[in-house]
Design a protein around this ligand. Structure first.
Ligand SMILES: [Zn+2]
Ligand SMILES: [Zn+2]
Length: 168
């Protein structure tokens, strides 16, 4: 498989970048360890084949006797779930295009947080509240690595035009 058809990703700060030859089944895991690792409601992972770290290497937390979780030691982004038994799972949000990995299965369903199913119905922020904070967010200059490979990082000047709306 040529590199042009592989899938790239990396951490928020750009110190760790990776490529995988291909993605497998995507999942969300409700277990307490995934909640903690991501600081989130659940852990989104996708099976991968042919993982290569293309810039830097992750740090690891051995979260159990059988599993180690890779993350960026500089910015803390979760990157991988690795065992001796199968190829690494990749954190879906770390992909440059997370749309490539829509979840197909939910794991450890009995540990699901009770409000997760209600999230789509949570109201959007009212316009009046946005008006009070919009000057702050409109002044934000993103230092996040862009969603594609770069030859040099960090750049000499901040990237222009690479920060999608909503970056913090
Ligand atoms: Zn990082
Ligand atoms: Zn889990």
């Amino acid at each position: 498989m040529s590199i042009s058809t592989s899938v790239s990703g990396g951490c928020q700060c750009g110190a760790v970048r990776f490529r995988v030859e291909r993605l497998g089944r995507a999942s969300i895991c409700h277990c307490r360890m995934c909640q903690k690792a991501f600081g989130a409601f659940y852990g989104p992972y996708v099976d991968s084949v042919g993982l290569t770290w293309t810039r830097g290497t992750p740090k690891y937390f051995q979260s159990s006797n059988l599993v180690r979780r890779g993350f960026c030691g500089d910015c803390g982004t979760q990157l991988s779930f690795e065992t001796d038994r199968w190829e690494p799972n990749i954190a879906i949000g770390a992909l440059d295009d997370p749309r490539l990995a829509p979840p197909e299965v939910q794991l450890v369903f009995d540990a699901k947080l009770p409000y997760v199913d209600g999230v789509p119905d949570v109201p959007h922020r009212p316009q009046g509240e946005w008006d009070q904070v919009s000057d702050f967010y409109e002044a934000v200059v993103s230092y996040q690595h862009p969603d594609h490979d770069t030859t040099d990082w960090p750049p000499q000047s901040p990237p222009v035009g690479d920060d999608p709306q909503g970056d913090r």
